[in-house]
Design a protein around this ligand. Structure first.
Ligand code: GRF
Length: 211
């Protein structure tokens, strides 16, 4: 199976995917930002990189997305992994990769879609926070959920501390989800529900507080 990873910045989830020894040929890492730190990491791991600077396309989202699709299809990707890709995608692009495009979001969806999830979780006073891998649908951060990991929110948390605790779990569950997809163990059914083979459904469940 061939996959591409789309990034805009740091690339730590990308790195977790590339280092996880998945049964996947990561054909390219594509960034919409030329300065994305993740590009150097990808090159260091021997993965082809492509820069598609969204600023060249101005406000024309359809043109940028068409160029992005052309790159993805050029490498023949079966799966598209969004990993900190900070672009709102057009419906046409999303539908083109329906059922084969995943995203990682730093919150327990459907709570806290969008940005600044950790500060918002602290402001809301939630006791459990976490992260979600989901299939991508036209509505941002709203697609069918594949896997979630939960972490406790602690008394003295700052957004940064909470983010670090969540990020460690992101690096666990994104490779899990991609592995399930690659092994044909992840299904997005006609009824709109996601199913994962029972053998792997028990992995990585975290409930907090405990006791
Ligand atoms: C992660 O928190 C991810 O959940 C969100 O954007 C951040 C990207 O971080 N979508 P990185 O580039 O993977 O380090």
């Amino acid at each position: 199976m061939r996959a591409v990873i789309l990034i805009s910045g740091r690339g730590s989830n990308m790195e977790a995917l590339l280092r996880a020894n998945l049964p996947v040929d990561f054909a390219a890492v594509i960034s919409n930002r030329p300065q994305a730190a993740g590009l150097d990491i990808a090159r260091g791991l021997g993965v082809d990189t492509v820069v598609l600077d969204h600023r060249v396309y101005g406000a024309d989202r359809a043109a940028f997305d068409a160029a992005l699709a052309a790159e993805i299809d050029r490498v023949g990707a079966d799966l598209v992994c969004l990993a900190g890709f900070m672009r709102v995608l057009t419906d046409a692009f999303v539908m083109r990769y329906r059922g084969r495009m995943l995203n990682i979001h730093p919150a327990l969806l459907p709570a806290f879609p969008g940005l600044n999830t950790h500060a918002r979780a602290l402001a809301a006073g939630v006791k459990i926070h976490g992260c979600t891998v989901h299939f991508v649908t036209p509505e941002v951060d709203a697609g069918p959920i594949v896997v979630q990991a939960a972490v406790p929110v602690l008394e003295d948390d700052t957004p940064e501390r909470l983010a670090a605790r969540v990020l460690a779990q992101e690096h666990r569950i994104y490779p899990m989800a991609v592995r399930w997809f690659a092994e044909g163990r992840l299904h997005w059914g006609e009824d709109g529900r996601v199913r994962v083979d029972a053998a792997c459904a028990a992995e990585g469940v975290l409930i907090s507080p405990t006791g």
